[in-house]
Design a protein around this ligand. Structure first.
Ligand SMILES: NC(=O)c1ccc[n+]([C@@H]2O[C@H](COP(=O)([O-])OP(=O)(O)OC[C@H]3O[C@@H](n4cnc5c(N)ncnc54)[C@H](O)[C@@H]3O)[C@@H](O)[C@H]2O)c1
Length: 474
């Protein structure tokens, strides 16, 4: 399958783009002279259900409603739905509440706990429930299959059933077979893979400005309703087969994770050799074949996606009989990165026992309240095991962390958190921490150690105040 530079799908070998079914506005010729299918225009209002109103589902549903579709967001957590109905976002995601409010006002966004009723009236049904890793790393598809079982009796007319959840290769086939076993007429359902690439913290921006859209189909024309929904985007739309689409998501996240692990491995060499990883990354990133993104050395990758998707791809490789040693190494490097950083802190302190450690930031990255697989969790475990007293502050993630660690001391601002601390660790590089007053910090701390896990501060700014500055890769 080819896509032109301006995002128009070109007929592939399997003929997956049905040009006739698209409304022509202009035919486009790609740079290599091939004629593309005509560009899609949105001509009708589609009814859409989004099952699972989390970071992915709610952003997807709210923005589709904002763009003119009639959307019902379904979730089995009524508390979340109540919050959305009030015009608020149950998750912290910049800009999302405003979109929810305007879509509610326009009457195009509704919420429901009644999955069957939502599906009965839908043209397109997105599955956006969680797929957490099970104990052995295999993605747990319990919620996805539960949703499929609930959807089946409600399918009375054709729907495009879209997996937006990150699901292992072959899940589309599994869903199709499950529906068939439940007696659903295969002609009434197209099971389509449409992996999501948004980033928490910039999910709204990313959804309005995708780099690419991937649509995986197993039947010619199955992509049509999605092309109608996505026709307004100027990005490449890759229509491919379903298993390739499923693998694209795992391969993309794993590749980015490998890139981060690579620079973190380089950071270890820097620490021993006198090189500075920031300079090395800068020099590497100026090569357009490498690019500067994802070359920031730090505490390593965390969050709800990279760790689980790396594990998912490793499992997928295992089932195909391939030993993906490179990816395993990337995971090993990542697993070691935070404990190595913390061992440097312990070396400076002598012991964690009885020391007061201030944590700035708890979320797995800035601009989100998500703490799933956050590096802060690893740091808190190490500090607790060592007998340290922990005080912490995060602009939005504290309520989530309080549920996991109610016993640490939470503060209401960065400056207050560092008071009386033996050492400060910058865990999440929230913008507001860049304004930390180092002189005040030095005068109110008990100790003088600032450990920067994200290379967010400038050494000279910190050291001017008399604090001792430690960071990664130098
Ligand atoms: N979070 C991200 O940045 C991101 C990015 C790309 C892809 N993904 C993938 O998208 C999927 C969803 O991720 P998320 O972060 O939005 O998860 P989430 O946990 O924030 O949201 C999942 C939602 O599904 C609901 N749910 C679970 N079971 C349900 C059921 N049977 N019926 C109705 N609702 C149900 C939950 O209550 C929750 O609101 C995952 O597969 C994830 O890997 C996530």
């Amino acid at each position: 399958m080819k896509v032109t530079l301006d995002g128009v799908p070109v007929m592939n070998g399997a003929g997956t783009v049905n040009a006739e079914a698209l409304n022509a506005s202009k035919a486009v010729v790609s740079l290599n002279g091939e004629k593309s299918a005509p560009r899609q225009r949105v001509t009708r209002t589609l009814n859409v259900s989004v099952i699972g109103t989390g970071y992915v589902g709610l952003v997807t549903g709210a923005i589709l409603a904002d763009q003119g579709s009639n959307v019902i967001c379904v979730d089995n957590n009524p508390a979340k739905l109540e919050v959305i109905e009030r015009g608020e976002s149950p998750i912290y995601e910049p800009g999302l509440d405003k979109i929810i409010q305007s879509a509610l006002r326009a009457g195009r966004l509704k919420t429901s706990g009644d999955l069957a009723a939502a599906v009965e009236n839908s043209d397109v049904v997105y599955i956006a429930v969680g797929t957490p890793p099970s104990a052995d790393g295999t993605p747990d598809l319990t919620a996805v299959i539960q949703v499929v079982n609930q959807i089946a009796p409600a399918i009375k007319k054709h729907i495009t059933l879209v997996t937006k959840s990150t699901v292992p290769v072959g899940t589309g086939d599994l869903i199709e077979n499950t529906l068939q076993d439940l007696g659903v007429d295969p002609n009434l359902v197209d099971v389509v893979s449409n992996p999501e690439f948004l980033r928490e913290g910039s999910a709204v921006y990313d959804t309005f400005n995708p780099d690419r859209i991937v649509v995986g189909v197993n039947r010619p024309g199955a992509e049509i309703k999605l092309l109608e929904l996505y026709g307004r985007y100027g990005c490449p739309i890759l229509v491919t087969n379903r298993t390739s689409a499923e693998l694209i998501k795992y391969a993309s996240n794993s590749f980015l994770a490998v890139k981060i692990s690579f620079i973190n491995a380089i950071s270890r060499i820097c620490e021993q050799s006198g090189a500075d990883v920031a300079e090395v990354a800068k020099g590497m990133g100026l090569d357009s074949r490498i690019g500067k993104q994802f070359l920031n050395a730090g505490l390593g990758w965390g969050g709800s996606c990279f760790p689980k998707d790396v594990q998912g791809l490793l499992k997928c490789a295992e089932t195909t009989g391939y030993d993906f040693t490179m990816l395993k190494s990337a995971e090993d490097i990542n697993n070691d990165q935070t404990s190595h950083f913390m061992s440097r802190l312990r070396d400076q302190l002598g012991t964690f026992e009885g020391k007061t450690i201030a944590l700035l930031g708890l979320a797995f990255k800035p601009n989100t309240d998500d703490i799933r697989d956050a590096k802060a969790l690893e740091i808190i475990d190490l500090l607790k095991a060592g007998g340290a007293k922990i005080r912490a502050y995060d602009p939005v993630a504290m309520p989530n962390m309080m549920e996991v660690h109610p016993d640490i001391e939470y503060k209401s601002g960065g400056q207050e958190t560092v008071e009386g601390a033996d050492a400060v660790i910058l865990v999440t590089e929230w913008e507001e921490f860049k304004w930390l007053d180092f002189d005040l910090t030095a005068s109110t701390m008990k100790g003088d150690l600032l450990f920067d896990g994200r290379r967010a501060f400038r050494r000279e700014d910190v050291e001017k105040s008399g604090l001792r500055y430690f960071t990664i890769g130098v």
